[in-house]
Design a protein around this ligand. Structure first.
Ligand SMILES: [Ca+2]
Ligand SMILES: [Ca+2]
Length: 413
């Protein structure tokens, strides 16, 4: 089966779903009774999540997602989960095609499942919503055991689990299989989160991270010059194709709360190489950030602090929901990234530059808190100019899953 990457399509601002051509399955002998004037192979599956593939969906669920959380102004925010994803089954042909089967394996179910058959005329489509129903270490789960002091304060044993399954769509005399992957954690944050390796595995990628543990290095220990696995260490990056923008898509966020217990929105900035100066994060004399230095291009929702494919809010001061936390930008030359309070430039990740990062003062040369690995797709092929980027906040636990992005059209400076 040929799978086309959605990246080029993602650059179309109006696109809400990536068209993923699932290739031609060819005619089959199945469903001879189906009134199937549409040629086999006319099924196209679109994934509203865009990533990782048109025919692979990645869900996440938390056993007890709610803490007593607010946004600092008294508004209670409920921690979100990513347990629902919409797919669109499209008849890409011109003749009528019937959807005759929608079969699921694994802990998923269709919401408001349609009565079959569903008849689609040429070009018509039907949206289906899948819900991840895993509720713990149940049959079919692939679980790991660990101990944590959260949330009770006393060390206890827990399990976190990954699940896999399929949605099989029979239509037009052919079958298309959609891969389903899900992560279930009992509580938010800490060791309950998926490791970066688990995130990569769930998305189906083959990138070699260099460690499968939840911690990339011991607590409070810095080694900013050491690459992990296939990591490419570069403080600054540039566009690989200067005629196209840089594309950022948020794969996952698994970060904690503010010290006062409030959920924390995550902000993404870029800055020109020449503008990177220590102390840049400090506000100007009026208390405002310095937008002329670091350009904020995205604010990922606070509610998405522990999920795959979080949403973003608008940057117009109204903070309305603005879809997937994906964005593009067009730097003229070499640029660095700032993810919330961490820079791609290790030397800027110092305590003096970030008063809250008490551990960062241990490292005279700063700490590498934003890491880049080249993307290997599920066929183990390196995707050109495309990187998985993991960020760890505050030189703390080095899990690099606090914000995870897929960034395309970049190369190291
Ligand atoms: Ca972290
Ligand atoms: Ca984390």
């Amino acid at each position: 089966m040929h799978i086309q990457y959605p990246f080029k399509l993602l650059l179309t601002a109006s696109l809400t779903t990536a068209l993923i051509a699932c290739g031609s399955a060819g005619p089959t002998a199945g469903n001879p009774a189906t009134p199937n004037p549409g040629a086999a192979g006319n099924i196209v599956i679109e994934n509203a999540d865009l990533l990782p593939y048109g025919d692979r969906l990645v869900f996440s669920q938390i056993g007890r997602p709610t803490y007593s959380l607010n946004d600092g102004s008294g508004t209670v925010l409920k921690l979100g989960v990513h347990d629902r994803i919409t797919v669109r089954v499209k008849n890409s042909g011109t003749a009528v095609m019937d959807i005759t089967g929608l079969n699921i394996s694994g802990p998923w179910q269709l919401e408001n499942a349609p009565a079959l058959p569903v008849r689609l005329s040429g070009g018509e489509s039907r949206e289906l919503q899948l819900r991840f129903t895993a509720s713990g270490p149940t049959t079919g789960a692939n679980c790991v055991s660990y101990t944590s002091k959260e949330p009770t304060g006393a060390e206890a044993s827990y399990q976190k689990c990954t699940f896999s399954g399929t949605l099989s769509v029979a239509a037009g005399g052919a079958n298309k299989t959609v891969q389903l992957a899900g992560f279930w954690q009992p509580f938010p944050e800490g060791d309950h989160e998926p490791t970066l390796q688990q995130i990569v595995d769930l998305f189906g990628y083959k990138t070699i991270l260099g460690t499968t543990t939840s911690r990339f290095r011991p607590y409070g220990e810095g080694d900013p010059a050491k690459p992990y696995g296939e990591e490419v260490i570069s403080a600054y990056w540039q566009r690989a194709d200067a005629t196209k923008p840089v594309s950022v898509q948020t794969l996952a966020m698994f970060h904690g709360r503010n010290s006062n217990g409030t959920l924390q929105a995550q902000k993404l900035y870029w800055f020109n190489e020449g503008d990177a100066v220590a102390g840049e994060q400090q506000p100007d004399a009026s208390g405002n950030p310095k937008p002329q230095v670091a350009r904020q291009i995205m604010e990922q929702t606070a509610e998405g602090a522990q999920m795959f494919r979080p949403r973003q809010r608008s940057l117009d001061g109204k903070y309305t929901l603005a879809g997937l936390a994906d964005v593009t930008f067009q730097p003229a030359g070499a640029f660095g990234l700032r993810v919330q309070d961490e820079y791609s430039v290790a030397a800027l990740n110092t305590q003096s530059n970030r008063p809250g990062a008490t551990l960062c003062n241990k490292f005279a040369t700063g700490s590498l808190q934003v890491r880049f690995w080249p993307l290997r797709d599920r066929d183990n092929k390196v995707v050109p100019d495309t990187y998985l980027v993991g960020m760890d906040a505050y030189c703390d636990n080095y899990d690099y899953n606090d914000n995870v992005y897929l960034i395309t059209n970049i190369k190291p400076k």
